[in-house]
Design a binder for this molecule. Structure first.
Ligand code: GAL
Length: 432
């Protein structure tokens, strides 16, 4: 390092310390060479997500608020592309990565989807940053296991979401003569009540476009196969062409026929809104939905109900959003600053409070979190954890794409046998 560089590094490190003292953060990189500590960086960082609207944007805005406090000299550039579960964003991202035009950072899912980006050499190894900041102590091992590959770690998680949740409107249930306090041990018991709601003239179960159908489908597989059988779908020990999957497909068919006709023109906020507005009794959606209820002043227990999808009690269907440092990012120092905010207890509290998820960082303060989120914290600590398909944890992007095509095709043809053949063929093509 030449003298000028060394002097600059010393200034950067000093600036970092002042800033850290001011904000109480814990994000120094500790090596004092100024090379990877974004604390005193200036410039801009483009943050690529699909949190473009509604409660998801509110979550992102809260995180940006903390970022602006911690790094006032770095401009946040919002690169969000609308569409739930990244249905459009992932394609835009893929072509940007292919043409060497990466954003400063992008949202990825812990698990198999992250592995895709790692295997393609599209994201940088952050192991050193974790060591410098002591982040290995911040995140639960169950999460680190899904972030690591070959002992290295490539992203910084912002949250943990639960996918297997049913949201219900108790007033719609009562109107249909269904006891809102009823609990359902199995899909069969639940389906009996869904039929009553149909007879009463309300939408029994609201869903939306393709990815939300995949989301519903994965919870049906989980309910009918159990955690071990569901995990076996991804490691080859459960036969996609077998009778157990066939029985789950029949349940999916029954449920699908109890959903709203206009599903293809909706995204998740619209499907959840049908429950909030009292037009539908139930919606199966990840727990980002709680943010939509809460944002509209609805109270758990009175205005809405939330519980595990029938048949999945005791299992936490897991997913986590995690931010990356893309290879060739325009300004790695500003990206590292963003990642430090994402990891920080302050960033995690502010973001998750609004997003409906629970913090990935175990040091984040959750005392102000709502009743639903407290149940999720408890469940994550005590339940069996399985990986979500629809949200990148269980299977690589190519496999998820094939399953999504099969689900969409079934939705338009109603051919259940063909559906199972397509799923078995997808497993054959993609299983590692
Ligand atoms: C998931 C993502 C969540 C939420 C959801 C709906 O894939 O992990 O944070 O954004 O999509 O868009």
């Amino acid at each position: 390092m030449n003298r000028t560089r060394r002097a600059m590094s010393a200034m950067v490190a000093a600036g970092a310390l002042v800033l850290l003292a001011a904000c109480g953060g814990s994000d120094s990189d500790g090596n004092n060479d100024g090379s990877s500590d974004g604390a005193a960086a200036s410039g801009e960082v483009e943050v690529f997500t699909w949190w473009a609207e509604g409660s998801e944007k509110a979550g992102l805005d809260a995180l940006v608020g903390v970022f602006n406090d911690q790094y006032p000299d770095i401009k946040f550039v919002n690169g969000a592309v609308a569409g739930g579960a990244g249905s459009d964003a992932k394609n835009v991202l893929a072509s940007r990565l292919q043409t060497n035009d990466p954003p400063g950072t992008f949202q990825a899912h812990a698990g198999a989807e992250l592995t895709d980006y790692i295997n393609n050499g599209q994201i940088e190894d952050l192991t050193q940053m974790y060591e410098d900041n002591g982040w290995n102590e911040y995140f639960p091992q169950t999460l680190l296991d899904r972030l690591e590959q070959d002992g290295k770690i490539y992203s910084v998680p912002s949250n943990i979401h639960r996918a297997n949740v049913v949201w219900a409107n108790p007033a719609v249930l009562e109107d249909a003569g269904v006891d809102p306090k009823a609990t359902y041990a199995s899909l069969d018991e639940w389906i009996a009540d869904l039929q009553k709601i149909k007879a009463a003239g309300s939408i029994p179960l609201s869903i939306a476009t393709d990815w939300t159908q995949v989301h519903l489908f994965e919870t049906v597989l989980l309910a009918d196969l159990g955690a071990d059988g569901y995990n076996g779908l991804w490691d080859g020990t459960t036969d996609w062409a077998g009778a157990e999957v066939g029985a789950a497909l029949e349940d999916y068919q029954t449920l699908f026929e109890l959903t709203n006709q206009d599903r293809q023109s909706l995204d998740w906020p619209d499907a959840t809104q049908l429950v909030i507005d009292g037009d539908a009794a139930f919606n199966v959606m990840g727990d980002w939905a709680v943010a939509a209820f809460e944002e509209q002043g609805k109270k758990l227990g009175t205005d809405y109900l939330a519980y595990p999808v029938p048949g999945t009690d005791g299992v936490f269907d897991f997913l986590a959003d995690s931010f990356t440092l893309p290879v060739g990012a325009p300004d790695p120092a500003t990206t590292e600053a963003w990642l430090s905010t994402v990891a920080s207890p302050e960033g995690q509290t502010a973001f998750n409070m609004k997003k409906g998820s629970i913090p990935a960082n175990i040091e984040a303060d959750t005392s102000g979190f709502g009743d639903y989120q407290q149940t999720a914290i408890d469940s994550y600590a005590n339940d069996d954890i399985v990986s979500s398909l629809a949200h990148g944890a269980a299977a690589p992007i190519s496999w998820l794409t094939d399953i999504t095509s099969a689900v969409a095709k079934y939705g338009s043809t109603g051919d259940l046998g063909g559906f199972q053949d397509d799923l078995a063929a997808a497993a054959e093509r993609n299983a590692g």
